[in-house]
Write a protein that binds this ligand. Structure first.
Ligand SMILES: O=P(O)(O)O[C@H]1O[C@H](CO)[C@@H](O)[C@H]1O
Ligand SMILES: O=c1cc[nH]c(=O)[nH]1
Length: 358
């Protein structure tokens, strides 16, 4: 039996280094907007191998390949991120050179998938804290090596909703872990280091403004709980194990709702904390697959789930288009398909030219 409910602690009661992009921009950025790494060791290394991306600073011309990236979009599955790459290509009118097709830049890592469409990088992150944590370290370093200017990171995900109609889009403005903490606890050299979870407030507002009153679903803003597990960690009663009652579960979920939690997923804490630590503006847009107050099983048909998954993509595509429009860059994309490689010594040649449309 569960003995007590976890309460969400006030963010102001918690450890916080109070350093963020707004208060201390020079800590995070070079004057031209490129990402600074808060790790003195990297600059001293001959080369930096981004092992799980199958890329390296010695083997690839990362500035040539990724220097123009403005939006890093990520989501759990390789298929969703491949679909998003095709979708955003249509939406921004990006044209690949004739006879070429999009390809998975990280295919030889056999871990994550990554597609590039002009200024948009579409990357899969797998499930859970450890998986997205590794990806974020390498993508943040990739942005640093590439000298990308002011990249924005957006997670496009799915989640369980709390008291929301299935199919509702939730933009996270705060993240808490399963104990109600607003920080990411990482054991480092035998000690727990706490990194505050922070989303970019302006980005949250900008994304919310992209919701269309004509959309046949709601788009809302709220706190996201990041669980370490899909089953017991999210208070489900349908895992392989369960030592609490349905009533305990309901009490817990109702308590979360009272403290402002709108949805539950599995990456918000490291995503918000590591992007904040790197001084990168970031947001999460998730669609609710079910209302957890009504059940635990995800039982909507596949076609319904697939349509739900498009909803965060649409919102983010509107945001990207709006941003490019204001910079006068929409419809100016063509012929940026090939990927420069310094030396194919360690990794297979990365290029988009060799595949033809069927
Ligand atoms: O749909 P994505 O974005 O993969 O994320 C959610 O789905 C997975 C669980 O099914 C977790 O990773 C959770 O965060
Ligand atoms: O309930 C859900 C649905 C999707 N992803 C989660 O983590 N939880």
């Amino acid at each position: 039996m569960a003995e007590k409910c976890v309460s969400i602690k006030a963010a102001s009661d918690q450890e916080d280094d109070n350093i963020d992009l707004e208060t201390s921009p020079d800590m995070f950025r070079y004057p031209d907007g490129s990402v600074k790494l808060r790790n003195p060791h990297i600059e001293l290394m001959d080369q930096d191998i981004l092992y799980h991306l199958a890329l390296g600073s010695g083997s690839h011309d990362l500035v040539e390949m990724f220097g123009d990236v403005k939006f890093v979009c990520m989501g759990g599955t390789p298929k969703r991120m491949e679909n998003f790459a095709h979708y955003i290509m249509e939406e921004i009118g990006y044209q690949l050179p004739t006879g070429t097709a999009l390809m998975d830049i990280s295919q030889y890592s056999y871990r994550y998938s990554m597609y590039k469409v002009g200024p948009v990088l579409s990357v899969s992150h797998g499930m859970g804290i450890a998986s997205i944590g590794i990806l974020l370290h390498e993508i943040i370093k990739l942005m640093y090596h590439a000298k990308a200017k002011d990249p924005v990171f957006i997670r496009i995900g799915t989640c369980g909703g709390l008291g929301l109609e299935p199919g509702t889009v939730v933009i996270s403005d705060d993240a808490v872990d399963g104990l109600g903490n607003h920080f990411y606890s990482v054991p480092i050299l035998g000690k727990v280091v706490k990194r505050p979870c922070k989303f970019d407030k302006k980005l949250v507002r900008e994304l919310k403004a992209m919701a269309d009153p004509e959309d046949p679903y709601d788009t809302t803003v709220g706190t996201t709980m990041c669980a370490e597990d899909f089953y017991e960690g999210q208070g489900r009663c349908d895992g392989a194990f369960c030592d609490y009652t349905e009533a305990d579960k309901m009490q817990y979920l109702e308590g979360l709702i009272k403290s402002g939690v709108k949805n539950i997923e599995m990456e918000a804490v490291p995503f918000s904390a590591l992007t904040n630590q790197a001084g990168i503006r970031a947001a999460i847009v998730c669609v609710t697959l079910l209302n957890r107050i009504k059940g635990d099983q995800v039982c909507s048909p596949k076609e319904v789930i697939n349509e739900y998954q498009l909803r965060p993509q649409k919102l983010v595509a509107r945001y990207i288009k709006r941003h490019l429009q204001t910079k006068g860059r929409l419809s100016s994309f063509e012929g940026h398909g090939s990927m420069a490689v310094k030396s194919p010594r360690r990794f297979k040649l990365v290029q988009q030219e060799s595949q033809t449309f069927e």
